[in-house]
Design a protein. Structure first.
Length: 469
């Protein structure tokens, strides 16, 4: 399996430190608002990557931190006139709900920054003792000049970094690239006791402390959006490696941005859709298909039109899945077991996904599979139970298990569809059952009654679809 490593800027063979265990860390949300669909893509693609690594037989420990103390949260708490812990609590709940609605697997652990103040203080103390940190009147900074390989992850030299980046401006710093490890408390702000007085941690140190506590000093994979390479991840490397003298991360993976009209989707530009707004209109599976049809590293243009296109495409997969589900219930013992090379499709799917998680090509293999299984269905009167089982298993392992674009248990009750659609789908399932029971009187009656209401049915080998006049 090849993974593109930001550190080396090339694809490298994946060799976990302690197989079959794999440790993965992703920088999670700062909880001061609802997440937008751009944030959602980052988390959703990390879910697909994690699921594929699990598909390969690894035992993944997946940590996604929650930044629950930060300037933005404090600002929001002043705006809403509630304590910052209340702001964080409200948006943590919303975040986890959104992740569940998008059908992400829950992380193995979601560590909160405010639960790790002790570990953070210990880490800063170590950095101070080793000469990598300095304290100015209760503000502790990291001294970048002491870390000789600073800039290596982002591939920049110190001069470029100084001129180009969004670095924190603070007159107390010795060097513009130095960054806060501990911020002295300001009047009315949440704070904790520390050897440097009351204050709160900087953002970067949280991730170094939490990844070390939960995954160890060296971890297999660290992920985050492209924007985090510098300064956030560069600073994590500087902190962790200076403190432990160990290599911090073996594979750095960065996920591409969602754009809207050629601009980055962001809260500050105001050009965003929240994940929950989009989920109210489209089922999670359609959103997931839309995302996995673009490589995780590439940029992705967002529009509802493109999302509708993905939803249409998804029908091909769900129609076949529904047919297979019905066939399975029939438990047909037809003696003809059609020739079909299932292994070929597994091999193709794995070949694409092994190549740095090439999900667009992985999806193409699934569509090709659907097309060819449909041909078999069209050519055969009834299907052998073994064929149905294997076809369903393929979709279940790939489309459902890895990509999450299909859920056999949820077929027919697609979230985001209207109650009207769901009721029609219910009638269609009852009609299919009536036909199977050779109760043609009832199945015709359902069709005619629906037609009387302006709902036209179209039967095909792969199932029934409807249009409303
Ligand atoms: P934040 O809550 O702002 O810290 O962002 C959470 C995650 O979403 C980070 O990994 C960001 O890199 C990522 N992110 C922010 N904006 C976008 C976007 N437009 N497209 C994709 N990922 C994004
Ligand atoms: Zn982080």
């Amino acid at each position: 399996m090849l993974i593109y490593n930001t550190q080396s800027r090339k694809k490298e063979e994946f060799k976990p430190i302690n197989p079959p265990k794999v440790s993965m860390y992703i920088c999670g949300p700062t909880v001061y608002n609802y997440i937008h669909i751009g944030n959602a893509r980052t988390f959703l693609m990390s879910d697909v990557i994690r699921r594929y690594i699990e598909y390969k037989g690894y035992d993944v420990k997946f940590a996604m931190n929650i930044t629950d103390i930060d300037d933005k949260i404090i600002r929001q708490s002043i705006e809403e006139n509630v304590p910052s812990s209340e702001v964080a609590g409200k948006y943590i709940k919303a975040f986890l709900e959104d992740m569940d609605s998008l059908k992400l697997k829950r992380a193995t652990i979601n560590p909160y920054a405010t639960d790790h103040i002790g570990e953070i203080i210990d880490l800063i103390k170590t950095l101070e003792e080793k000469g990598f940190a300095y304290n100015i009147d209760g503000n502790v900074f990291y001294d970048v000049s002491k870390f000789k390989t600073y800039g290596q992850l982002s591939g920049k030299n110190i001069d470029d970094l100084e001129s180009g980046a969004r670095i924190e401006i603070n007159e107390m710093k010795k060097n513009p690239l130095d960054f806060s490890l501990w911020k002295k408390a300001k009047e009315g702000e949440p704070s904790w006791d520390s050897p440097w007085g009351k204050g709160r941690p900087g953002w970067h140190i949280e991730c170094s402390a939490m990844s070390c506590k939960h995954l160890g000093e060296t971890i297999d994979i660290h992920m985050g959006g492209n924007d985090l390479i510098f300064p956030h991840h560069e600073n994590e490397v500087a902190q962790s490696e200076a403190a432990t003298d160990k290599h911090f991360v073996n594979y750095w993976m960065h996920l591409g941005f969602v754009n809207i009209n050629e601009e980055k989707m962001s809260k500050s530009l105001g050009n965003f859709f929240t994940a929950r707004e989009v989920l109210a209109k489209f089922p999670a599976e359609a959103i997931r298909l839309f995302f996995v049809q673009t490589h995780y590293r590439g940029p992705l243009s967002f529009s509802e039109e493109l999302l509708s296109g993905a939803q249409k495409g998804l029908e091909k997969i769900t129609n076949l899945a529904e047919t297979l589900k019905l066939e399975e219930e029939k438990n047909s013992t037809s003696s003809v077991n059609p020739e079909f090379d299932f292994e070929k499709y597994y091999a193709e799917f794995e070949k694409e996904m092994d190549d740095d998680f090439n999900s667009p090509k992985g999806v193409a293999v699934i569509f090709d599979f659907v097309k060819n299984v449909n041909k078999v269905i069209a050519d055969n009167e009834s299907l052998h139970v073994e064929f149905v089982k294997k076809a369903k298993e393929f979709l279940s392992k790939t489309a459902e298990g890895v990509l999450g674009i299909l859920h056999f248990d949820d077929l027919g009750k697609s979230k985001g569809a209207s109650l009207e659609d769901e009721l029609i789908n219910l009638l269609l399932r009852l009609r299919a059952q009536a036909k199977e029971d050779k109760n043609y009187k009832l199945s015709d009656e359902i069709r005619d009654q629906l037609s009387g209401l302006g709902v036209q049915l179209k039967d095909s080998k792969t199932g029934t679809t409807f249009t409303i006049n």
